[in-house]
Design a protein around this ligand. Structure first.
Ligand SMILES: Cc1cc2nc3c(=O)[nH]c(=O)nc-3n(C[C@H](O)[C@H](O)[C@H](O)COP(=O)(O)OP(=O)(O)OC[C@H]3O[C@@H](n4cnc5c(N)ncnc54)[C@H](O)[C@@H]3O)c2cc1C
Length: 499
């Protein structure tokens, strides 16, 4: 957790110019660009399909949107900030990302409103052809995918959904032109996003119906605004910010045991969550409805101190059944009852398992990455795949978890910068992944998953972790520090350079 920008080989002069395309301007793309520039790589183009930077924090503008981990932890290691709140809200996060872009002079590298459609390796040039919309294309030696994990909305396929008469939208595409005041609103889903929206809109709407397929385990987040005195203290003594960051980092590292079934940590947290339910609900039906029957750790824990109180409001009704179809006037759940609504909010999550859904990547011998993966994506440390030279991914397969993803994204960015620096210094044409190391790594990963992450299973609960062949393709089963060590040392044997 260093405080300054990481320099891979300080003091050494680079020789060969390498052009780099970054796809995506969320926190991953921004961190990668900052670190590339710090390593004196300046031929960088950042393609972003949206009209602005920020990724998740550009897309998710729903009421109540904020981060789930402490702001000091959910920050770049190289950009301090005077956070207004223990868990930053979306507008503050977006401002923070914009400020980072300005501080590191990244605007001139940005190509906004530009979707990358395909990336194809051309062996004769030792470069990728990057195709953009409208027949435009550009060539790059290195392509770094920073397209994120949670940005392709998972739209439900209920019968008659199109017949619903009123406005309906996904949480990540919030339609702000609809005034919800006094309206009958239905929200489908009770995951982390719904848990933020429900308390934010419940005081405004007339009636709020919350459809819950399966309850989540909920723990209080203790989110709050910092007082002026606290902010001044952080300002006067920046070391306190670092202390907070470290404290939160340790907290997450120490809680990792929850993902192993029957572990002491899992039992301890389960008792905490049960106690929280007891303390929040007096109605036995509601209490039963919000109590999960699957192991804690099976899916993302909902962190919120305001969700349960909102469910107790007289104008909020929890329907503990999955939606089965829509009608012109509302939704029908598995209990067969139709509940009417004026507005439908789809808090139905994202297609997380569909890695790189927005881009087609072609590597050596014309092989397509999605065909190689066959809907079961894997990579070396979530970053590289054999046969796809000079192609890197941040937030790739099995990298999700460990508290703040920004810590891990920065470590992946550093891995990539080391390889780009290696290309520049050696004059090699490309870097590729050693198949044997890649295979061995994925066997190891599966073993770790069985040992440390067996609470998450499609047999226990619905979650977004699993591919169709039953592999957990999204989660990192160990600590963020373990991930750090892997990104630091495994490439030494796993990645080879070629002339
Ligand atoms: C509501 C919500 C809350 C979250 N809260 C937390 C949290 O508390 N803690 C945590 O650690 N994580 C959280 N996450 C996960 C979050 O996604 C990451 O924290 C982080 O923002 C990921 O950054 P990223 O840059 O990897 O991806 P993203 O932020 O998803 O950015 C990817 C970018 O790539 C662009 N893009 C995609 N395809 C293309 C293409 N083909 N061409 C051009 N551009 C493209 C997208 O438009 C997007 O801007 C949350 C996610 C959501 C949705």
């Amino acid at each position: 957790m260093s405080g300054e920008i990481y320099m891979p080989f300080p003091g050494r002069r680079a020789v060969h110019e390498v052009s780099v395309a970054i796809v995506g301007a969320g926190v991953a793309g921004i961190a990668t660009a900052v670190k590339l520039k710090a390593a004196d790589v300046n031929d960088i183009t950042i393609f972003e399909r949206s009209a602005g930077v920020g990724g998740t924090w550009y897309d998710n503008t729903y009421p109540g949107a904020e981060v789930d981990v402490n702001s000091f932890l959910y920050s770049f290691s190289f950009q301090d900030h005077d956070w207004a709140r223990s868990h930053a809200t979306q507008p503050e996060l977006l401002d923070y990302i914009e400020a980072t872009v300005d501080r590191f002079d990244l605007r001139r590298h940005l190509r906004l409103s530009t979707q990358v459609d395909t990336i194809a390796w051309e062996p004769s040039r030792g470069q990728y052809r990057v195709s953009l919309g409208g027949g435009n294309e550009q060539w790059f030696h290195v392509v770094i995918s920073c397209v994120g994990l949670l940005n392709n909305p998972n739209y439900p396929t209920w019968p008659n959904l199109d017949d619903f008469d009123g406005p309906k939208f996904h949480t990540s595409r919030w339609e702000h032109n609809h005034d919800l005041t006094g309206k009958r609103v239905a929200i489908v889903g009770t995951g982390s996003t719904a848990a933020q929206i429900v308390p934010a809109i419940a005081p405004v709407v007339g009636q709020l119906t919350v459809f819950q397929r399966e309850p989540g385990w909920v723990l209080p987040k203790d989110e709050r605004d910092f007082s002026n005195a606290e902010r001044q203290r952080f300002e006067r003594r920046p070391v306190l910010r670092k202390h907070e960051r470290y404290k939160e980092f340790r907290l997450f590292t120490n809680s990792l045991g929850i993902f192993a079934n029957d572990s002491e940590k899992q039992r301890e947290m389960t008792a905490l969550a049960h106690g929280y339910i007891e303390s929040q609900f007096s109605d036995p039906h509601l209490r039963a409805a919000v109590t999960p029957s699957y192991p804690l750790g099976c899916k993302r824990i909902v962190l919120s101190s305001t969700f349960y109180p909102a469910l107790n409001r007289p104008n909020v009704t929890l329907v503990p059944h999955a939606v089965v179809r829509a009608t012109r006037d509302g939704l029908v759940a598995s209990d067969g009852v139709e509940r009417q609504a004026d507005v439908l909010i789809l808090a139905t999550g994202f297609k997380a398992q569909e890695y790189l859904a927005s881009v087609q990547v072609t590597g050596m011998q014309g092989r397509k990455l999605h065909e190689v993966w066959q809907k079961s994506p894997r990579a070396l440390i979530g970053t590289t795949v054999p046969g796809f030279p000079n192609f890197f991914m941040l937030y790739g397969p099995n990298t999700n978890g460990g508290g703040s993803i920004i810590f891990q994204l920065e470590r992946q960015a550093e891995l990539v910068v080391r390889q780009v620096t290696r290309l520049r210094r050696s004059g090699a044409r490309y870097i590729d992944t050693r198949k044997a190391v890649y295979e061995r790594y994925n066997v190891w990963l599966a073993e770790q998953m069985t040992k440390y992450f067996d609470a998450a299973s499609p047999a226990f609960c619905h979650n977004y972790y699993f591919s169709q062949d039953g592999r957990n393709v999204t989660q990192w089963p160990r600590s963020a520090l373990y991930f750090h060590l892997m990104t630091r040392f495994l490439p030494m044997i796993g990645l080879s350079s070629h002339r």
